[in-house]
Design a protein around this ligand. Structure first.
Ligand SMILES: *[C@@H]1O[C@H](CO)[C@@H](O)[C@H](O)[C@H]1NC(C)=O
Ligand SMILES: *[C@@H]1O[C@H](CO)[C@@H](O)[C@H](O)[C@H]1NC(C)=O
Ligand SMILES: *[C@@H]1O[C@H](CO)[C@@H](O)[C@H](O)[C@H]1NC(C)=O
Length: 798
């Protein structure tokens, strides 16, 4: 406890300075135009009772025995949940098995996602994920509310506010720190050279408390007797969330008129098991699309911090220019924002039709060349992987083409073939204006031959002309972004990020999952410099990636040309959709979970660029024009080069998700080198293309497995597979321990546990062994950690 207290004080004392910096209208890089520095909120309550159990032994000793192997996995899941609820004596709660549950085709594991319902309302953070194979529960995560069920919700006589509205600002500050503790806001600091992300967190946190405080003292609009009116809560959130001080002021000055201008439309679900309190709201200041609102419960830690209490909240989904928030705001105390997840993530802080006969070609830095310093451009072909992209990269049904909206079509199921960077997986275009529209933005046209062959020869100019010089090569950089992004789609597809598990495609070829969610990829996005970001809404809504120019050198460097940055961004989509299920984008919001969301991207980008001769790699070194890149350390086996261990998370400056992610990526890098030492290195991470009958030849890529699963043969490809399978197994809001256990279980499922000791040894090498510990852990990454360098006893003599 003392630790939190001290930390809060440190945080507060730094506040004014950095916030002031962020508000400065001119940054050294803004080129005289308005550059938005992305503000991002991310925090939420702790779930002290949440567990991830990855050992079948633990599950069986709790009394749940394996079912018959032929039993429907959803039925097994139902029996299992009933059993858990019965043990917890909270049988008056119910649940729904989410429709985004699926079976992994390669491993045969069924990933079942369950949401808790109480009094007919969803518990927004009451999640179970259950992994089932052959009638057996292999592992599960559980954050279901386990306490006494409150009286059913009867508007408007629900219990009075948890936090009395008249509280003084001081009290409010205290409440913010003590009750919910994790009121740390993860902001994104764009410019390099600024050290710890934590400094940037401080001012936003301060600002957050102040805005909330000011709102709480507003007499009008906050005497929320009628909790069914969520407009004050939504306005309170917008005042906090908007990065524009003028908008925040306007909301507070003209509160009533904003409230009255909102148009609220109820959504009626036919045959929904839940209470129908769901709405869409128009005219919300600073939102770019109608906001979705839903009444739900959320859990907040009790005073002792050892269990949770239920609190009634309005859950909003708010799309803004630079953020896409999922937030829970107290229904009874509308200034009280209980949790926020930004579906947008920045790259960097601290700074079944056959394809057309002739495929496209692109003059690009080919796959494996991380950036212009690592090689030359060459003409590369559209990579026909009939399994991953059955219609190629430039084709989709008219019905799924956003540019055909409102056009009357004879047969919408026909495939429309394009000659631009517009296809089923990716829409790539310039976005110099930094706006949200993309359909009509400029994109290169390769003509009937689909030949995207453009020059790239940026010249040194005066600084004032550098932006125009960079824009001359927009054809080149959009084509490169399109090429890299499609290859990432195809690569991840082959490792199991397919339609049912929530990948990004406009059309899903009848293979399940939600459609109409290709990636909107903006090159040279005008909303910033020296960064990149990705927004991941739930399956069925487009992901959005924004790549920026870097003004770290003249000529400017274009992030679209640095594959590692693009891969990092697209990996946010991967990890967010795979963790906790395709329809839940709220599982990697903050703290260790959010940090790993960053770390996987760095790890995958680094693995993709590496070759059979080991070397260390820095992230973003070319774009940032810094040999050591934009992280604290390059990724390295050498502890003198990269000393990160689990315990590093306790250091000052390791609050932000990027610093946490760097530690996670380093640990994965060390683990993967162990696998490479044992199993060798595959020069390509792409599995062989399937034959015409759909079978996948093993080649030198897969080894033959008696049970028929495809098991990558080499260390690097196996590691990528285990990392993806681990994401599918792990719980919502995973800790480092949970993610480690999930990777070890992924190996158990795929190879029968051949690499059990090797994996443990790798994790233990950087402090994440069986004896690693954390006490007083806080959801935003705080706590006191002890490195554990020990492997399980079964491994000691090996
Ligand atoms: C698009 O290409 C596919 C494959 O070559 C072809 O079957 C289809 O008819 C084309 N669509 C149109 C509208 O020409
Ligand atoms: C992009 O390519 C087109 C031809 O496809 C050309 O007309 C145009 O001038 C190019 N744009 C730039 C900025 O060079
Ligand atoms: C492997 O990568 C390193 C670092 O990028 C590079 O220096 C080396 O030339 C590469 N080796 C081969 C065989 O491509």
């Amino acid at each position: 406890m003392r630790y939190f207290f001290t930390a809060s004080l440190v945080v507060a004392s730094l506040a004014g300075h950095v916030y002031g910096h962020r508000q400065a209208a001119q940054s050294p890089y803004d080129e005289g135009r308005v550059v938005r520095q992305r503000k991002s909120l991310g925090f939420g309550p702790d779930h002290p009772h949440a567990v991830f159990r990855a050992s079948p032994y633990q599950i069986q000793t709790n009394g749940f025995t394996p079912m018959d192997a032929s039993m429907d996995p959803l039925e097994v899941a139902r029996l299992f949940v009933d059993d858990v609820l019965m043990n917890k004596k909270s049988s008056s709660s119910s649940y729904k098995i989410r429709s985004d549950s699926y079976t992994d085709k390669n491993t045969g594991v069924t990933h079942v996602y369950v949401r808790q319902l109480i009094n007919g309302l969803e518990v927004a953070d009451g999640d179970m994920n259950i992994n089932i194979k052959d009638g057996m529960v292999l592992s599960y995560g559980n954050s279901f509310f386990a306490g006494a069920i409150p009286e059913p919700f009867t508007n408007p006589t629900v219990n009075a506010a948890r936090i009395p509205l008249q509280k003084s600002c001081d009290q409010l500050h205290q409440t913010l720190h003590s009750l919910r503790r994790p009121n740390v806001v993860d902001s994104e600091q764009v410019v390099m050279g600024q050290s710890p992300a934590s400094e940037a967190n401080v001012p936003l946190m301060q600002h957050f408390a102040e805005t909330s405080c000011a709102l709480a003292s507003l007499p009008e609009g906050f005497t929320s007797d009628d909790i069914a009116d969520f407009r004050p809560a939504l306005l309170a959130f917008m005042a906090n969330a908007t990065p524009k001080p003028a908008v925040a002021d306007d909301i507070m000055d003209n509160f009533d008129s904003h409230r009255d201008a909102m148009e609220v439309t109820p959504i009626h679900h036919f045959a929904s098991g839940e209470a129908g309190l769901e709405f869409v709201v128009d005219n919300v200041p600073d939102a770019v699309n109608p906001v979705k609102a839903k009444l739900a419960y959320t859990q907040i830690p009790n005073e002792a911090g050892d269990s949770t209490e239920l609190h009634l909240v309005w859950k909003f989904e708010v799309e803004m220019e630079d953020n896409w928030y999922e937030t829970a705001v107290s229904a009874s105390a509308p200034h009280d924002i209980i949790s926020v997840v930004d579906w947008a993530s920045d790259a960097y802080a601290p700074i079944p039709k056959p394809p057309a006969s002739s495929g496209a070609s692109y003059n690009v830095f080919k796959w494996g060349i991380n950036d212009p310093e690592c090689g030359e451009r060459s003409v590369e072909k559209e990579n026909f992987d009939l399994h991953a992209s059955p219609a190629g990269w430039h084709s989709m049904p008219y019905a799924n083409d956003p540019s055909m909206k409102g056009v009357r079509l004879v047969n919408k199921r026909d495939f429309r073939n394009t000659t631009t960077t517009w296809g089923n997986n990716v829409f790539a275009q310039e976005n110099w204006e930094g706006q949200n529209s993309y359909v009509d933005n400029y994109r290169p046209d390769g003509g009937v031959a689909k030949a995207f062959n453009y020059e790239y020869d940026p010249q040194e100019t005066e600084k004032v002309d550098a932006l125009d010089e960079a824009k001359k090569y927009i054809n080149t950089t959009v084509a490169q972004l399109f090429y890299t992004s499609n290859l990432v789609h195809d690569l991840y597809y082959r490792y199991g990020f397919d339609e049912v598990s929530g990948n990004f495609q406009q059309h899903n070829f009848g293979r399940g999952g939600a459609e109409n969610d290709g990636v909107i990829a903006n090159a040279q996005d005008g909303s910033g410099f020296n960064n990149a970001n990705f927004m991941t809404p739930p399956d069925g809504q487009n992901g959005r990636m924004r790549m920026y120019l870097w003004n770290t050198a003249i000529p400017y460097r274009d992030g679209d040309l640095e594959a590692g940055i693009v891969i990092h961004e697209l990996s946010h989509g991967l990890s967010t959709r795979l963790t906790g299920g395709p329809a839940n984008s709220g599982c990697l919001g903050w703290g260790e979970s959010g940090g790993m969301g960053e770390g996987w991207g760095d790890f995958l980008a680094t693995t993709i660029r590496s070759n059979s001769t080991y070397s260390d790699y820095a992230m973003g070194a070319w774009a940032a024009n810094r040999p050591n890149g934009i992280r604290n350390f390059p990724y390295s086996l050498d502890e003198d080069v990269n000393p990160s261990t689990y315990k590093t998370l306790d250091k000052p400056g390791y609050w932000g998700v990027h610093a946490i992610g760097e530690v996670w990526a380093e640990i994965l890098w060390v683990v993967s080198q162990g696998l490479i030492e044992k199993h060798g290195f595959s020069d390509t991470l792409f599995p062989p293309k399937p034959l015409a009958d759909g079978t996948v030849p093993h080649g030198d890529f897969y080894r033959t497995d008696k049970k028929g699963a495809l098991v990558p043969k080499h260390g690097n490809s196996l590691m990528v597979q285990l990392v993806l399978n681990g994401m599918k197994l792990q719980t919502c809001r995973p800790s480092f321990f949970d993610a480690r256990d999930a990777i070890i279980q992924a190996d158990q499922v795929l190879t029968g546990g051949e690499n059990f000791c090797l994996l443990w040894t790798g994790f233990a090498a950087r402090g994440l062994g069986v004896d690693a510990e954390v006490i007083n852990k806080t959801p935003w990454g705080g706590g006191i950690r002890t490195n554990g360098f020990t492997s399980p006893s079964a491994c000691v003599d090996k």
